[in-house]
Write a new protein. Structure first.
Length: 664
């Protein structure tokens, strides 16, 4: 080993979130592409590797550091890849060093080309090979090959020496046993999370179990929910999300339409959790028993549907926690409990925890135990209610604590709040996030926002889950646009990103809102709602078709492959979703006008599709099952309120004599 210091600089590493304070996110089995600027003074040739190991769940003895080579892209930019074979958290680092022998080979070639004397250089090269041989250790064959080359090198002519420095076997051997004593390293380890595929792609359906009864006015049960599973399966959903299923408090209970006083028959808001009958680890007695819920989760799984549960860390004034642990709550000077408020709104039926108070340690442990309880019951997906109203340090602690034991657990942040807070929640660990899609209606704002989500820095750590409406939000576009508006937002949500969801009733185009607000009339948050699954005014066939297309087209299951293209009509959005190997290529056009036909000329991205300028290719319109031949970079189309979207699968042809055959 030489007594010298290294002078290699490693910087501008990707992916890196906030100087390494937060992990980037990927999916199990995905190749992580690592890039960095690696440079050194002078003209030395460099070698670099990306090093990685799994750190959570608790690593196995075999999970030591592994390495993959990096290669030079140009302008001192290097790239290397490594695979994520198991769920959990990984760290990676970068190390680079001068390749002394390869540098010597390069210099010798230039000296020979310039007609310079090389005798001294040959002696130096022989010494370098001897050093490499000494590092070969117990591999006698490699060491002998290197020593033999070292002995022969000083006696060779310039022409013979050129053969040596161009010998790929010798260069490979010298790289196999490098001198890394003066290696340069990035000054920190960076973290990557490997989530399961459902963390990126899924079709969600939100259902209030208490509204599942086939008898109007009767409280639904988990058994009633089982009866609707075939219908949800038939629509093609793979995640069924339930609002809170716990006992509902009576103190401060809200009546219909959020009335501050409830009538005796009013069922209250399921987010007001807890009565003397139990709290966050209990189920509402009118829904059934915990065993009934376990059966429901099992039956849903048998149909390919995963049950997601609302995680609402708040209480009704009747929750047992308040009596058993008053130190977990905020109290006013007059000794009364402080209820949840967001002026002018007031939630008299809800009490918040004191997350940062003196008793925070025992509180946090108890809240973690709630998550672990439902995981043991069989729930692995949690939609977290209002996470932006709880401290970031709590989530930064809770989510890794849970995932260190259960790496397959998914947390969806329901946070319609300030952009930086939404980003911060994603950074500290939330697997998915609600988005501003609900309020993005115009072409320029959709393109700008989704470029930000899928191509900007946020794409490394924030995965959007698109919801056209929620029980809290009925946008103006849906209130005024009729059935066509529901179709438009459905097709946008289901094709722009790989995860989307609808709230029950969306398939029936429920659009009655309270004037001047985004609130539903007769909101299901405060009452039972009966829906007739046979109601004729619905878009069930469109939902079924979209989910079938999503399942059979891998391009729609990827996140960072969204590209917008030109359509000469500002009321038509045109974009593509293409797999990296081009095996699945989709072009998508959606009208943004629910009231009138829109014609436009599409600028087809032939180069991106790998199609020649004059080449004929076939497009298969998946929503109508119609096939058409297109040629050239432009295509004129029409979209109507009845059929406001088109999804084309692009098929190239290989020309053969008197026939066309599929190329792919």
């Amino acid at each position: 080993m030489r007594d010298r210091i290294g002078s290699i600089l490693v910087e501008s590493v990707e992916p890196e979130i906030d100087a390494g304070r937060h992990p980037a996110k990927r999916i199990l089995g995905e190749q992580v592409q690592v890039r960095a600027d690696i440079l050194k003074e002078g003209h030395d040739l460099l070698r670099a590797v990306v090093r990685w190991r799994q750190v959570r769940p608790t690593p196995l003895p075999a999970n030591g550091w592994k390495e993959a080579p990096m290669h030079l892209l140009g302008n001192d930019r290097w790239q290397g890849n490594f695979l994520l074979p198991r769920l959990g958290r990984y760290v990676f680092a970068i190390e680079a060093w001068p390749d002394v022998f390869a540098t010597w080979c390069s210099e010798l070639e230039r000296r020979i080309a310039a007609g310079q004397e090389i005798r001294s250089e040959l002696i130096e090269g022989a010494a370098l090979l001897q050093e490499v041989a000494s590092r070969a250790g117990s591999d006698r064959l490699d060491a002998e090959r290197l020593r033999r080359a070292a002995e022969e090198l000083p006696r060779q002519s310039a022409a013979e020496a050129l053969l040596v420095v161009r010998d790929p076997e010798l260069l490979e051997l010298s790289s196999k046993y490098p001198d890394r004593s003066s290696a340069g390293r990035y000054d920190r380890e960076l973290e990557i999370i490997a989530d399961r595929p459902r963390a990126m792609a899924g079709s969600w359906y939100e259902l209030f179990p208490r509204s599942c009864s086939p008898v109007p006015g009767r409280h639904g049960t988990f058994q009633d929910c089982e009866a609707v599973l075939p219908d949800i399966q038939n629509l093609g959903f793979d995640v069924l999300y339930l609002p809170p299923i716990h006992p509902i408090g009576s103190t401060g209970r809200k009546g219909r339409e959020n009335a501050p006083r409830a009538r005796p028959e009013d069922v209250g808001s399921p987010w007001a959790i807890g009565t003397a009958e139990g709290g966050h680890k209990s189920v509402h007695p009118e829904l059934g028993t915990l065993e009934d819920f376990k059966r429901f989760v099992r039956v849903a799984s048998e149909r390919g549907i995963e049950v997601a549960l609302d995680l609402a860390f708040q209480c009704s004034p009747d929750h047992p926690y308040i009596r058993e642990h008053p130190e977990w709550f905020s109290w006013r000077p007059d000794g009364t409990l402080k209820t949840a408020e967001n002026p002018p709104k007031r939630y008299q039926d809800i009490v918040n925890f004191d997350f940062t108070g003196p008793a925070r340690e025992s509180l946090w442990q108890e809240l973690k135990s709630i998550v672990l309880f439902w995981i043991d019951v069989g729930v692995k997906i949690f939609r977290v209610d209002n996470p932006h109203t709880k401290p970031l340090p709590f989530w930064a602690w809770l989510i890794p604590e849970v995932q260190n034991q259960h790496a397959d657990v998914i947390f969806l942040a329901e946070a319609f709040t300030r952009p930086k807070m939404m980003n911060a929640l994603a950074k500290v660990g939330f697997t998915q996030s609600y988005t501003y899609f609900t309020w993005r209606n115009f072409k320029h704002e959709l393109e700008e926002y989704f470029r930000e989500l899928t191509q900007g820095p946020e794409a490394e750590y924030m995965r959007g889950n698109l919801w056209p409406a929620t029980p809290d939000i009925l946008p103006e576009f849906l209130q005024q646009g009729g059935k066509a508006a529901f179709k438009i937002r459905l097709f946008l949500a289901g094709t722009l990103l790989p995860s989307y969801g609808i709230y029950s009733g969306y398939e029936f185009c429920e659009s009655a809102g309270i004037p001047g607000t985004e609130e539903f009339q007769n909101s299901e948050k405060y009452q039972l709602v009966h829906r007739d699954p046979r109601a004729p005014e619905n878009i069930r066939s469109e939902i079924r078709a979209l989910n079938a297309i999503r399942r059979s087209n891998p391009a729609l299951q990827l996140y960072r492959n969204l590209t917008f293209h030109r359509a000469d009509n500002d009321r038509v959005l045109f974009y593509s979703k293409i797999t990296p190997n081009r095996a699945n290529q989709l072009l998508i056009a959606v009208s943004l006008d629910p009231h009138a036909m829109q014609r436009t000329i599409l600028e087809v991205p032939l180069q991106q599709l790998g199609i020649g300028h004059e080449e004929t290719y076939q497009v298969h319109q998946l929503l109508t099952d119609r096939r058409t031949l297109w040629q050239g970079p432009r295509s004129e189309i029409s979209l109507t309120p009845e059929q406001p979207a088109a999804i084309w699968s692009v098929l190239r042809f290989a020309r053969r004599e008197n026939s066309f055959d599929y190329f792919y």
